[in-house]
Design a protein around this ligand. Structure first.
Ligand SMILES: NC(=O)c1ccc[n+]([C@@H]2O[C@H](COP(=O)([O-])OP(=O)(O)OC[C@H]3O[C@@H](n4cnc5c(N)ncnc54)[C@H](O)[C@@H]3O)[C@@H](O)[C@H]2O)c1
Length: 470
């Protein structure tokens, strides 16, 4: 029987054993079949779609929203309608916590504010699920770790990338020691001119809000590295520059709507074609001035748009990582060098897919994020394994489209539906994993600023271990 069908058939029994997170022991077992009480703060697109509407649609038999919160009252009201929740809304988080007493708080606000709601949520008696990145600097990170210890409540970080079939197969091959002891890794991530540009259109382009893409975006990649290598990062050295977006263009405006350069700007983006974005963002600009289609040539942009990072791990693995934000195509490449061979893989590199240009770059990211469009596997990813003095073997992994390769669904299933599910590759991530991934980005940022290597142990109370603590 398929797991989803099994769950529906045994809903009450499953609900009775809800909420024990394998890694963190986040939720205590309960024989109470009452619905779990969730509150959500941050009714932007991620909050209302993945952690809102999808949660109610898929897990509405075992969870309920008791409160929604956002500083923007218009976005809050549209968000409630979009989610389909029947609960009160609040523009004040503490008031929501006091009046609704949720058991779990979901944090989907702007990155630099996550810590406020994680810490307050823990202190006011809830467990917390937070979107990545857990937070944006080492002081907030330490405060979160300290609050978790002090309150006895738990933090889960939503690392959906881990759960995809492709990253999971790489983890399985490495766990099985397929190419022997790993000594070094090359990891290069290419954001295309559509997806990469999107980060420069809004708050992500401001360092104080996103912590730069080394934290906001690379937290996914550093988490994958930490998980695959199964060790903690020790030292980081990095370079980074802003030389394409922001002040680097010869013309600029305020936003794409009403832009006098629409015709000549290759990055022009027409938000008016997206009905949900118009209702969620444009209709509510009047409340807080949040412009969703802001000009990506704004002078205020102060993050890097190309980044190169070297990382040394406690088990002596060395990593070369880079992030590009204006690539013609979206994709990534990785290679693990081991004593017995080498494991290579890649995703979405056009000519490695066959016909050059056969991927619609403008729609690739929307499809990846889409919760409605998780498609059946009709294609596959390849992991190439070659033995020293030997032959190569192509390991094929069925490719699922939408919902981050099916990773989004598996992440929520494990957290919300089936917390006791077998977890042989330790997909579940708590605050230590959340911390270790952002600390690489924070260290990289510091290294770029100082021109010096930065030690992870100098940032928080966490001591890097040769074998990750799970
Ligand atoms: N895991 C993933 O694949 C993934 C994908 C997209 C977004 N995210 C994460 O989800 C989060 C939200 O992203 P988004 O694209 O929805 O952003 P968004 O800007 O659309 O939404 C953020 C919301 O938070 C609200 N907010 C900001 N400060 C607040 C405060 N102090 N109190 C209450 N509300 C506040 C804003 O008004 C807005 O509605 C981010 O942390 C982002 O990194 C993760």
């Amino acid at each position: 029987m398929k797991r989803r069908k099994f769950i529906t058939a045994t809903g009450a029994v499953v609900a009775g054993s809800l909420f024990t997170h394998p890694a963190s022991g986040m939720f205590l077992k309960s024989n109470n079949i009452k619905k779990k009480r969730l509150a959500l703060v941050g009714t932007g697109i991620r909050g209302i779609s993945f952690w809102g509407r999808r949660v109610l649609q898929e897990y509405g038999d075992i969870v309920e929203f008791v409160g929604l919160c956002d500083i923007n009252p218009g976005r809050l009201e549209f968000g409630k309608e979009y989610i389909g929740a029947a609960c009160p809304t609040f523009t004040n988080f503490e008031k929501m916590m006091k009046e609704t007493k949720p058991e779990v708080v979901i944090v989907t606000t702007v990155d630099a504010t996550h810590h406020e709601f994680i810490i307050k949520g823990l202190e006011m008696g809830a467990d917390v699920i937070t979107e990545k990145p857990m937070t944006t600097d080492e002081i907030k990170c330490n405060n979160i770790l300290e609050a978790e210890k002090r309150t006895g409540h738990k933090v889960i970080v939503g690392f959906n990338y881990r759960y995809g079939p492709h990253p999971t197969k790489i983890k399985e091959l490495l766990t099985n020691n397929r190419v022997g002891k790993i000594t070094s890794v090359d990891f290069h991530w290419y954001l295309n001119v559509f997806h990469g540009a999107s980060y420069f259109r809004r708050w992500h382009g401001i360092r104080d809000k996103s912590g730069t893409l080394l934290v906001h975006k690379s937290t996914h990649h550093f988490d994958l590295l930490n998980w695959w290598i199964d060790s903690d990062p020790v030292e980081v050295f990095a370079y980074g520059e802003l030389e394409h977006y922001g002040k680097n263009n010869s013309f600029r405006s305020v936003k794409c709507r009403q832009c006098p350069f629409k015709e000549k700007c290759k990055f022009f983006w027409d938000i008016t074609t997206n009905d949900v974005y118009m209702k969620l963002y444009v209709a509510n600009e009047k409340h807080d001035g949040y412009i969703r289609d802001a000009c990506l040539w704004r002078n205020e942009i102060d993050i890097y748009d190309k980044m190169a990072v070297q990382i040394r791990y406690a088990n002596n693995v060395q990593v070369s990582y880079s992030l590009t934000t204006y690539s013609p195509y979206e994709g990534w490449r990785i290679a693990f060098n081991g004593f017995n061979g080498r494991l290579d893989s890649w995703q979405d590199i056009p000519w490695q897919k066959g016909v050059p240009g056969d991927i619609d770059q403008s729609d690739l990211h929307r499809k990846e994020m889409s919760q409605e469009e998780e498609q059946k596997a009709t294609d596959y990813e390849v992991i190439m394994v070659m033995d020293n003095f030997g032959k190569y073997e192509a390991v094929k992994v069925p490719k699922v489209g939408g919902g981050h390769g099916g990773g989004d669904r598996r992440l929520q299933d494990q957290i919300l539906r089936d917390p006791d599910m077998a977890d042989p590759f330790k997909h579940a991530a708590g605050s230590r994993d959340g911390a270790m991934s952002i600390l690489v980005g924070i260290a990289a940022r510091k290294s770029i600023e100082t021109g010096k290597p930065v030690k992870i142990e100098d940032l928080t109370g966490l001591i890097p271990q040769a074998k990750r603590i799970t």
